[in-house]
Design a protein. Structure first.
Length: 173
């Protein structure tokens, strides 16, 4: 079974103060786009770098997720530590993902330059940081997702397929 990790990084959602809407949004997009059988491995954790690093490692190394998507913690606030945690556990950074997501977000809000989304690879797992707002999650994930299945191919992960009418991906011939 293909496993995809989804982590909502939020002090308030992890404390039960409000509903985890961002993580559910990611599951919704992936369910709509992916045609292969897959299973979400879901976590809601506070903005604590050590806990996030441990969770990223768990989902990659123990759970065997080929993709781990985080939501939240990518801004400039003191508690926003998602990029630092991602960079700490990855062997390779993939800055093009963050660059493209910021470029797309700038079409909608001038504050997109404050976003620090990034991506990286840990062994056979691609890790991707998304913003915390569902609308922004959709905008960012939809623009980078066409490259994700091929990236996972290149790092030795499972072959992800999509509903081409909903999400066309790129793989060289």
């Amino acid at each position: 079974m293909i496993k995809i990790g989804i982590i909502n990084v939020s002090d308030r959602a992890s404390a039960g103060i409000y509903e985890d809407i961002p993580g559910k949004a990611v599951v919704g997009f992936l369910t709509e786009w992916l045609s292969c059988d897959w299973q979400p491995v879901y976590r809601i954790i506070p903005d604590e770098q050590n806990q996030l690093e441990a969770t990223l490692i768990e989902l990659a190394d123990q759970e065997g997720c080929c993709l781990v998507v985080t939501t939240g913690g990518t801004g400039p606030a003191v508690r926003d530590v998602t990029p630092e945690a991602t960079e700490a556990v990855c062997q390779k950074l993939m800055p093009g993902f963050g660059e493209l997501m910021r470029q797309e977000s700038l079409k909608y809000v001038p504050t997109a330059i404050l976003s620090r989304q990034t991506a990286g690879i840990r062994n056979q797992t691609l890790m991707l940081n998304l913003p915390g707002k569902p609308k922004a999650i959709g905008q960012c994930l939809s623009v980078v997702f066409p490259a994700i299945p091929y990236c996972i191919d290149l790092i030795g992960g499972p072959f992800l397929t999509t509903h081409e009418d909903k999400m066309a991906v790129f793989r060289p011939k």
